[in-house]
Design a binder for this molecule. Structure first.
Ligand code: ATP
Ligand code: RIB
Length: 319
């Protein structure tokens, strides 16, 4: 595996989802049966896979995306948006039999959200789609995946990338309804769940650092080489080999936490591809996540490398 020849940029392939996010700002998140008069409505390009692809590209990686949209206006907009970021979107198929994925999102005044996804074309990505992009994926340093595609496709891509010697990062989001197949874990270089996902995967509810530590140990025992648990406004916890690191959150003015996890995952992918160790990569990702929550929307909230460097300098952080 090597950086893209002649550019010095790390090569990252994202195997994942693309959605159009339909977002309404609300005074409070809706209860069951409640109609909440909302404020501004906006559409933003989203989908966990595409968000991570855009974030990684803005951080300086050469990114290829594998996925599927519908042959409709949202699909064209999402694919064109990736291309405009310099991402290779030639492996994002256009499906004539399914609509582009859509996410209905509400965001409250504290930046918290509810998200409901109609997966549409994302659910029709196949192992053959991955195989068709196999050469580019297996020549990447890092392959980044989430769980908005069919699990068997994720498993196929994970095994193929592992066999080729790529570093494989799984962001197990959204939380799987059942545990993941036991044999998937041993192919993962890094798994980076949030608190809800870590609970779903390990059965350990995460309410503090010691819970995160226990959940991380459980995931290491399952066979992952490294674990980073995202802890929202409490930062993150990283564990691998002899390393155990608590990474406190950076204090920021929160506008919208949507896709903070995606920003973090992309930060991890880029930093690891650039040769940082796990704890340093998690510190870098923590900055990327913190900046993303200060902005509205999924893809629009992803910072560029220059913005990350400026933030680090302004806050006198050592990275
Ligand atoms: P999403 O599902 O919305 O993409 P997530 O639940 O997977 O997000 P979080 O744990 O909420 O992910 O956040 C990811 C990372 O972003 C955190 O580990 C942290 O680094 C950063 N972050 C999130 N919320 C805040 C916050 N309020 N202040 C500072 N940093 C934050
Ligand atoms: O992680 C945030 C993303 O989750 C949103 O962009 C939405 O599309 C859903 O996939």
């Amino acid at each position: 595996m090597s950086a893209v020849i002649g550019t010095g940029r790390p090569a990252i392939t994202v195997v994942g989802s693309l959605n159009m996010d339909l977002v309404i700002q609300v005074p409070h998140l809706p209860e069951t049966g409640e109609t909440v008069p909302g404020g501004t409505f906006a559409t933003f390009p989203g989908g966990k896979g595409a968000n991570q692809a855009v974030a990684a590209a803005r951080l300086g990686a050469a990114v290829t995306m594998i996925g599927r949209v519908g042959a409709d206006a949202f699909g064209r907009k999402l694919r064109d948006g990736l291309a405009a970021e310099g991402i290779d979107a030639s492996h994002v198929g256009m499906d004539v039999e399914a609509a582009t994925g859509v996410a209905l999102i509400t965001v409250d005044r504290a930046g918290r959200n509810t998200i409901v996804v109609a997966s549409g074309a994302n659910r029709r990505v196949t192992a053959a789609d991955v195989d068709a992009a196999g050469a580019v994926m297996t020549s990447s340093q890092v392959v980044l995946l989430q769980l908005e595609l069919p699990l068997e496709v994720v498993g196929h891509a994970v095994q193929m990338a592992h066999a080729a010697g790529c570093r494989v990062i799984l962001d197990p989001a959204p939380a799987p309804p059942a545990s993941l197949p036991d044999d998937l874990y041993r192919y993962l270089s890094v798994i980076n769940p949030n608190e809800v996902e870590a609970h779903a995967l390990t059965g350990i509810p995460i309410s503090d650092e010691s819970d995160a530590r226990r959940a991380a140990e459980r995931l290491l025992d399952q066979g992952c080489r490294a674990v980073v648990i995202k802890l929202g406004d409490r930062g993150a916890y990283a564990a691998t080999d002899g390393t155990r690191a608590v990474i406190p959150a950076i204090s920021v003015d929160v506008v919208d936490t949507t896709a903070a996890g995606d920003a973090f995952a992309a930060g991890m992918a880029v930093a690891l591809a650039e040769g940082r160790d796990l704890a340093d990569a998690a510190r870098f990702a923590n900055v990327v996540g913190a900046i993303s929550v200060t902005r509205m929307g999924a893809q629009p909230s992803m910072p560029t490398r220059a913005e990350v460097e400026e933030f680090v300098k302004a806050r006198r952080l050592s990275l």
